[in-house]
Ligand binder design. Structure first.
Ligand code: SF4
Length: 298
């Protein structure tokens, strides 16, 4: 993927090698750089395109993946803070996988390659590690708030004593894990990803082993903060079970996206990503690294 440089704090662009040689804003920054050099070097690291799509490339919108493979673009290092945190969490957790397990192996089939995070042979559980914000955690857990009546010691509803709703029952907000539509939507890409890893993993597991459970070990980026508590989330690192999708459907879905990506590379064009892939337009508006290039195309 040819990200070739950074967008500096003053919005100017600089290539990675120019930045690593000497910061162009060094005279105006307290430590002569906007970020520590190792942070910047980590941001600049990327997987080369080898002709073989990865599961994550196929999960994105095809236009985004095609542009990231074929066009030079610049990244804002500040936007990579959480992906660096995620990589670090992966590395730390990898050190603590002991016993009957497999970690971070890149597996391939005829459609794509992908690296699962952790397979626990004892419980036959396949895990993926993610760092998510509390909104995503809330959706993935299907947490929603409902209003329930407040009850006094004798079991009678407490009524409001003043205001325009005087005489009506007082209510309080409680959180329940019941929003299955939000859960399915939030976990759609994750379920495809982890089901694809499951199918790849099943081809190499020794006899007697299978994948009985799948889950995401989440580390919440804003866990423990007020915003997270207000969304009804109690844990900072919830384990989110994931329902698997049939291998037949996964192969059909990812196979189609592989064909679309290879065709985009051949024709040097892909139509805009689907709405769902753009998070209903929010990605295009502020989170897509190739949105400027995308906006110049039809
Ligand atoms: S700006 Fe939107 S449509 Fe364009 S590549 Fe990015 S996500 Fe896809």
């Amino acid at each position: 993927m040819p990200a070739i440089g950074f967008i500096c704090p003053d919005n100017q662009r600089v290539t990675f090698s120019e930045c690593f040689g000497e910061c162009r804003l060094k005279d105006g920054l307290p430590c002569s750089r906007c970020k520590a050099l190792p942070f910047l070097r980590k941001c600049a690291r990327q997987r080369e395109w080898t002709g073989e799509p990865s599961t994550t490339q196929l999960l994105r919108g095809i236009r985004e993946s095609w542009l990231k493979i074929t066009r030079d673009y610049y990244i804002n290092p500040d936007d990579h803070a959480f992906s660096i945190l995620g990589t670090h969490a992966h590395a730390v957790l990898d050190n603590f996988g002991k016993g009957d397990h497999l970690t971070e192996e890149r597996l391939r089939d005829e459609i794509c390659s992908g690296a699962f995070d952790f397979y626990d042979g004892e419980t036959q559980t396949l895990y993926d590690y993610k760092t998510w914000g509390s909104y995503k955690v809330q959706q993935a857990l299907g947490i929603r708030s409902i209003e329930v009546p407040e009850i006094d010691e004798s079991g009678q509803p407490i009524l409001k004593k003043s205001g325009k709703n005087k005489g009506e029952p007082k209510t309080r907000k409680v959180y329940v894990n019941g929003d299955s539509v939000a859960r399915i939507n939030a976990l759609f890409e994750t379920a495809i990803q982890i089901s694809d890893y499951r199918d790849k993993l099943l081809t190499i597991l020794p006899e007697g082993y299978t994948v009985k459970n799948m889950a995401v070990q989440v580390i919440s980026r804003d866990g423990g903060l007020m915003v997270s508590a207000m969304r009804g989330i109690e844990e900072k690192a919830p384990l989110v079970p994931v329902n698997g999708i049939s291998g037949h459907w996964i192969r059909k879905y990812l196979g189609r996206k592989r064909d679309l990506l290879l065709s985009a590379l051949e024709k040097d064009y892909a139509p805009k990503c689907r709405r769902r892939e753009t998070w209903e337009g929010r990605k295009c508006a502020g989170y897509c690294e190739v949105s400027e290039i995308c906006a110049t195309l039809n």
